[in-house]
Design a protein around this ligand. Structure first.
Ligand SMILES: Nc1ncnc2c1ncn2[C@@H]1O[C@H](COP(=O)(O)OP(=O)(O)OP(=O)(O)O)[C@@H](O)[C@H]1O
Ligand SMILES: O=C(O)c1ccc[n+]([C@@H]2O[C@H](COP(=O)([O-])O)[C@@H](O)[C@H]2O)c1
Length: 204
């Protein structure tokens, strides 16, 4: 597998946040949590991983190129890259994606980012304990999901690995398992609401 345009550049030692998602479509909530995570976790860069398809979702999303184009319009920041890395790597499951990125970018300190809704479901993901063992995780507050996230199996099993707000800036350097809950000002944007109210029209 070669290098070329579309493979973001990163040097060993850099702290890079990974926000995986369907982005079907991208919305201001994604932009908000991205900007906050960059600041609060002391990240050099943050990469959006626009998935070809969430392995747990029955219905496929809109075409990947369409979601990427919308995401690139919406997320403009010099330290953020909107990528199709899972398509390039041929991975769908997050554990596989992380393993592939760690072998392709040796020495880069990756941090997995997700909204509180995803922490509540993490125990249903493929090889989820491998994910927790591979990279530190930043969990982003989301309206309605704080309690379910805190009571979730993953949060309870890994309660011992939860780091305080004061340790968030150095999260990328902490050996996993390590996670922190970022109590951000919350935004209730969601892709499903945009799809339901029809303000996002697929063009093909
Ligand atoms: N408003 C938000 N606040 C915090 N995190 C969010 C928000 N919107 C999305 N996220 C997080 O961003 C990542 C990608 O989200 P995704 O593309 O699934 O959008 P979504 O709005 O959650 O979509 P859907 O409504 O279809 O489930 C996930 O980890 C999700 O939890
Ligand atoms: O690896 C898994 O089993 C798995 C199960 C569900 C979701 N994920 C990942 O979680 C991220 C958020 O997905 P989504 O569809 O909620 O935006 C995205 O990167 C998915 O690939 C991963």
């Amino acid at each position: 597998m070669g290098w070329g345009p579309g493979w973001p550049l990163a040097r060993a030692g850099m702290a890079i946040g990974l926000l995986g998602g369907s982005f079907d479509p991208a919305h201001p909530g994604h932009v908000h949590v991205t900007r906050e995570a960059l600041k609060r976790l002391g990240l050099h860069q943050l990469w959006w991983l626009v998935t070809p398809g969430n392995p747990l979702k029955m219905h496929g999303p809109a075409p990947l190129d369409q979601r990427l184009a919308r995401a690139r319009e919406m997320m403009q920041h010099p330290r953020v890259r909107v990528t199709d890395l899972e398509r390039r790597l041929g991975t769908r499951y997050t554990a596989d994606t992380l393993a592939a990125l760690q072998s392709r970018y040796p020495g880069v300190r990756f941090v997995w980012l997700m909204g509180a809704d995803n922490l509540a479901e993490l125990h249903c993901w493929d090889d989820w304990q491998d994910i927790v063992a591979r990279v530190p995780m930043g969990v982003l507050a989301r309206p309605g999901d704080r309690l379910s996230a805190r009571l979730s199996p993953a949060a309870r099993i890994y309660a011992f690995a939860r780091r305080s707000k004061s340790q968030a800036q150095g999260l990328a350097s902490i050996s996993p398992p390590a996670w922190t809950f970022l109590n951000l000002p919350m935004r209730d944007d969601s892709s499903s609401a945009l799809r339901e109210n029809g303000s996002w029209q697929q063009s093909d």
